[in-house]
Design a protein around this ligand. Structure first.
Ligand code: NAD
Length: 352
């Protein structure tokens, strides 16, 4: 065995009741004067923080916008710089956490992330900021949250429709981790465990038609997904999702859901029989791409690009944007291949 593995720092507080220790966790993370990024939905948590730290030590910013527009980062940065916090507290989905990352990139202030979806941004040193119809993605350890609180009470409030696509977003991180060009045995094992937890959680959600029982399992899988996303390189699926989300304004989690089965279907012929076997065993199926689409479908999610607003005529432009900068991928991909794949995803066609 011969490998390189880098585990990034960060403290994880996982489980029901962790939010009861919020003030304590904030102090342990070094926070006394707090810039809190949270939409109105999380007013109760923000009220707890205000009660503990005093109004004068808490500044809330609520204007969270998906795909983190540069204009919103600049507006938040101006308010934050005037307030001079010692900790950024981001409560919300990937968009709230992404905004905190945009501020941390400029200021190096530490982040405490409290995710309310399964997107996984809280575990990564990756940031994405959109401007002029494009999303610029980069890596910088300054944006990696110093601590993360996963309390299932916050994800349990997602409507099933959002939980379904958000769980598929997490699944996409894990699928692309196992076939990453720089995979190592540690991340591989973690990613397979994450896939198993997500699959079991999704099956429970489908059987019970409710997130209540399934939530903690899916949230644990989502934590492992964010961890895997950060430890190895992502491939075609993530490249395509960033381009389609940033340039065509498609909803992030819905897009991951509607794209993933077709990208995996495309990659399968280039994967080793052992890897395909591991995916099939973990997903409890003989056709992993089909299984992903069946799970998404049974959760009520949309499973093709046409249904989430992507126009077939945009495929060549999207292909050009995706191929504009090089990326690693298990299967070689030409422009024609990619246009064909986008067409298949648009129509909802898997190979036989
Ligand atoms: P989001 O944060 O935009 O949230 C989606 C919607 O769900 C919003 O309307 C939000 O208000 C709502 N919402 C959030 N939590 C909820 C809850 N508990 N109950 C009810 N509604 C809730 O979407 P997302 O999918 O969490 O994150 C997407 C963003 O995160 C994208 O910009 C994506 O690029 C980014 N992202 C970044 C990374 C990274 O490593 N940098 C990883 C994953 C995602």
């Amino acid at each position: 065995m011969n490998f390189t593995y880098q585990s990034l720092p960060g403290t994880i507080y996982f489980g029901a009741g962790q939010l009861n220790n919020l003030a304590d966790i904030i102090r342990r993370t070094g926070g006394n004067r707090l810039f809190v990024i949270a939409e109105a939905r999380n007013a109760e948590v923000v009220a707890t923080i205000r009660a503990e730290f005093g109004d004068e030590n808490v500044c809330q910013f609520s204007d969270v916008v998906q795909h983190v527009p540069r204009t919103v980062v600049d507006a938040a940065l101006a308010v934050a710089q005037a307030f001079r916090p010692d900790l950024l507290v981001a409560i919300g989905g990937g968009s709230a956490i992404g905004l905190a990352k945009g501020i941390a990139l400029a200021t190096k202030w530490p982040i405490l992330a409290i995710p309310t979806t399964y997107a996984g941004s809280e575990m990564t040193n990756v940031y994405g900021i959109s401007a002029d119809g494009q999303k610029v993605v980069g890596r910088d350890d300054a944006v990696l949250p110093k601590a993360v609180i996963y309390d299932p009470s916050l994800t349990a409030t997602m409507p099933v429709s959002l939980a379904a696509t958000s769980a598929m977003n997490a699944m996409a991180h894990l699928i692309e981790a196992v076939y990453a060009h720089n995979i190592n045995p540690v991340t591989y094992a973690v990613a397979l465990l994450g896939i198993r937890k997500l699959r079991e959680g999704m099956e429970q959600l489908i059987a019970e038609k409710s997130l209540v029982g399934a939530n903690e399992k899916i949230q644990f899988g989502a934590y492992l997904a964010g961890k895997s996303l950060c430890e190895v390189a992502m491939s075609l699926h993530h490249k395509a999702a960033h381009v389609l989300g940033g340039s065509f304004g498609l909803e992030h989690a819905a897009l991951h859901t509607a794209l993933l089965p077709y990208v995996l279907d495309f990659q399968l012929p280039a994967l080793s029989p052992e890897l395909v076997g591991d995916l099939n065993t973990t997903l409890d199926t003989r056709h992993s791409a089909q299984k992903l689409r069946d799970l998404a479908d049974a959760m009520g999610a949309k499973t093709n690009l046409a249904d989430i607003g992507f126009q077939a005529g945009d495929s060549p432009k999207a292909a050009d944007l995706i191929l504009r900068t090089p990326f690693n991928n298990p299967r070689l991909i030409s422009r024609d291949h990619l246009i064909g794949l986008l067409q298949q995803a648009h129509d909802g066609r898997l190979s036989d």
